[in-house]
Design a protein around this ligand. Structure first.
Ligand SMILES: [Zn+2]
Length: 273
């Protein structure tokens, strides 16, 4: 087994609650971002950080990283995380993808703000937009980490229209995030301990805000750090190599179709979070 770890770097969740939902842009902050990047730096393993552009955030996160002169630790590879939602009829609508010029515009702003040409992309809400692939190929983007397949738990990377897609860990067609659900945490641990000798590529994804309190986004949720470092120590214990998303090759890995979920894991899945 090898592993790829991708963090979707986003705004905080403060404005997802109550009245603040109606003030979508100005209430968003990125106060947790430098804290998280610093912490990831101390982990000394390759992690792809996919910076959100578009949707609720527009170009504000890119500008904030530039203006605050946020230092990007050496173990972080930056990618771009396109969001497309727009605020109509008093709520965020997620149906329509970005137009091609908008992708290119955000890409250019990314390069200007961070002085890096991103090679990897993640679509918001896992909504893959294959129409954009030819443009991405032209821009030098090589990998898309947004695929959640309806079947299988771990699916191998594939070359689709010139981009290597790296499907995320999923169960019953839903993304698995060990930081948000206890059942997902147990499932992830079980997969690592049971299948680490197999030729599988485990793609773990999480959000930057998963580590912070939604009410006070500068406050760490310590339990999330413990969960994350526990997963990392599992990977280390079983000699799972962590690789950069942009170094993943297509066509060399197996599929994990299904597995018996531990009773405790099933129970927690029924209970929910
Ligand atoms: Zn996102």
């Amino acid at each position: 087994m090898k592993a790829v770890i991708v963090c979707h770097l986003e705004n905080d969740l403060r404005n997802n609650f109550g009245e603040a939902k109606k003030i979508p842009l100005e209430k968003q902050t990125f106060e947790h971002v430098p804290k998280l990047l610093n912490w990831i730096g101390t982990l000394k393993i390759p992690i792809t950080v996919s910076v959100m552009a578009g949707g609720q955030v527009g170009n504000r996160l890119l500008l904030a990283l530039k203006e605050k002169n946020v230092k990007i630790p050496n173990n972080i590879n930056l990618g771009i995380h396109f969001h497309a939602e727009n605020f109509t009829n008093s709520k965020w609508q997620y149906e329509k993808p970005l137009e091609l010029p908008a992708y290119e515009n955000y890409y250019n702003q990314f390069v200007q703000s961070l002085s890096i040409k991103p090679k990897t992309v993640v679509f918001g809400k896992w909504k893959v937009d294959r129409q954009a692939y030819p443009l991405f190929a032209k821009l030098g983007i090589t990998h898309d980490a947004s695929n959640i397949l309806p079947r299988g738990i771990i699916n191998p990377p594939a070359n689709i229209n010139g981009l290597i897609t790296v499907p995320g860990l999923s169960y019953n067609g839903q993304p698995v995030n060990p930081l948000t659900r206890l059942s997902d945490f147990l499932l992830t641990k079980k997969i690592i301990s049971r299948y680490h000798n197999k030729n599988l590529l485990l793609h773990l994804a999480f959000h930057s805000y998963d580590f912070f309190s939604p009410q006070n986004p500068t406050h760490w949720r310590g339990i999330k750090k413990i969960i994350f470092t526990d997963i990392l120590s599992q990977l280390k214990k079983h000699n799972v190599e962590i690789v950069n998303l942009e170094n993943v090759n297509s066509g060399k890995n197996e599929t994990l179709e299904k597995m018996p979920v531990p009773l405790l894991g099933r129970l927690f899945q029924l209970i929910g979070h």
